[in-house]
Design a protein around this ligand. Structure first.
Ligand code: SF4
Ligand code: SF4
Length: 452
């Protein structure tokens, strides 16, 4: 449902999703968050810092400022990386406040018309439908296989006349030969004795862009005695919708997933697994998202309590030590929504350190955002590119041969960064998910030929 912006003198927040007054009041203006904030470090202005954005929300709340396009721009420029939450001694739930602010902006139609049209077309039209997403994947495959992508890139015309569009084009994933099909999961037999039954959320982008990450995930869990299935009726998790402020679309998707993963009359899975950090942090918020929906609130809370990031769950159940040698130096990029939102930092490193021959080389700032941030890299491509350039400096300075992370958006962004900034070819051209490296080590240990 959308609402017209309030007239002067009317209350500024119009929906139940408004920022919580008590949570807004938790900010004591100490400024500890400033140096953790990539947009403050890049733009250098208070209104593009966490403290400044919270002050803007409060000023709107009390009517001291009007909700102008300029104010909206400061909200749009936030990466929602939540590094400010980690830095904040007062535990201000910044991510929730920003999502609530964006929900109000969306409901009040604070966006330009063209942006709303595009959102409706892509985010409401394509993302909720696995079939339409797959068609888009085939379109990308055609664009690449017919040589059009190579032509566009070689000509340099796009970069010359529309550099923003060229940055977006550079993010397109290499279309894979075989997209992931949810039916594949059940074909992998778990080792006995069976330790748990899990359900995997495969998401919207991963089956098209990184199907091998899903295949590796299922193999790794099967090896550790966990049977994994991927419910056929599942849909996109809705994280991108919630981050953009389209909470109604996010709620629709959440209800569909809850029905798919916790069907009436069937035993629930011991864990709902997720290997994409951005989706994982959102799935853990399903209870909050549907808290006011009396028909769904209890099931949503149950769903959220079962969600486990794959690294977190492997460490929790105790994983079989891998034996295959991977003699390479790897650096690990903390995905913001794994480290800052879910506070999962040690588990991926524990998995990587368990791989024989692998040397983990830490970056100077591994938990600084790479600039991907969902569709931020498309909507705010200039800032995103500057944040990426800094990240790539850090990656290259680590001396690693491969960069590894835990989220498809970060993998796409880092792959674009490697193509653009790794002139010496020091890094492997493709970033990896930690679970793929673990799978590779298991397979080498079993005598399988090297898979990368
Ligand atoms: S979420 Fe990230 S970009 Fe936004 S204010 Fe916090 S630290 Fe800055
Ligand atoms: S660290 Fe927390 S309390 Fe301090 S200014 Fe930032 S958001 Fe406010």
């Amino acid at each position: 449902m959308t609402h017209a912006p309030p007239a002067q003198g009317e209350p500024i927040w119009l929906t139940e999703d408004r920022p919580d007054e008590h949570e807004l009041g938790l900010c004591v203006h100490c400024g500890f968050c400033l140096n953790a904030c990539p947009t403050y470090l890049d733009l250098g202005v208070e209104t593009d810092s966490p403290r400044g954005r919270i002050a803007l929300m409060r000023a709107l709340d009390t009517g001291r400022v009007e909700w102008t396009p300029r104010v909206q721009q400061h909200f749009d420029q936030c990466l929602q990386c939540r590094a400010c939450e980690t830095a904040c001694p007062s535990k201000v739930p910044y991510g929730r406040l920003m999502e609530a602010t964006r929900a109000e902006a969306f409901a009040q139609q604070r966006w330009p018309r063209r942006r709303r049209l595009l959102w409706n077309l892509i985010m409401r039209g394509v993302f909720p439908s696995p079939r339409r997403l797959r068609l888009a994947g085939y379109g990308l495959k055609l664009y690449q296989r017919l040589g059009l992508q190579a032509l566009v890139r070689r000509s340099g015309l796009l970069r010359r006349f529309a550099p923003g569009l060229a940055d977006v084009e550079a993010l397109s994933p290499d279309a894979t030969d075989r997209f992931y099909a949810n039916a594949e999961a059940e074909r992998v037999q778990p080792a006995q004795p069976l330790r748990a039954n899990a359900a995997l959320l495969t998401g919207c982008m991963m089956p098209l862009a990184y199907p091998e990450t899903h295949r590796a995930t299922v193999r790794v869990f099967a090896r550790n005695g966990v049977a994994v299935r991927a419910p056929r009726e599942q849909v996109c998790c809705g994280a991108l919708h919630a981050h953009g402020g389209d909470v109604e679309a996010a709620r629709d998707l959440a209800r569909k997933n809850i029905a798919a993963f916790l069907p009436d009359g069937e035993a629930p899975p011991d864990a709902i697994l997720i290997n994409a950090a951005g989706c994982g942090s959102h799935l853990k918020e399903y209870g909050h998202l549907l808290r006011n929906d009396s028909d769904w609130a209890a099931r949503a809370a149950d769903f959220a309590s079962r969600v486990r990031d794959v690294h977190e769950y492997l460490v929790e159940i105790g994983f079989e030590p891998p034996t295959g040698e991977l003699p390479r130096a790897v650096t690990y990029q903390d995905s913001c929504h794994l480290s800052h939102a879910q506070e999962v930092r040690k588990a991926p490193r524990e998995l990587l350190r368990a791989i024989p021959g692998l040397e983990l080389r830490e970056m100077r700032a591994p938990d600084r955002c790479c600039g991907s941030a969902g569709i931020y890299s498309i909507m705010q491509s200039e800032i995103s590119q500057r944040v990426l350039a800094e990240k790539m400096e850090d990656v290259l300075a680590s001396g690693a041969q491969q960069v590894c992370t835990a989220n498809p958006g970060c993998m796409l962004q880092l792959d674009a960064g490697i193509a653009r900034y790794d002139a010496e070819g020091a890094l492997s051209a493709r970033s990896a998910h930690a679970i793929e490296l673990l799978d590779e080590s298991y397979r080498i240990g079993d005598g399988a030929r090297r898979i990368r």
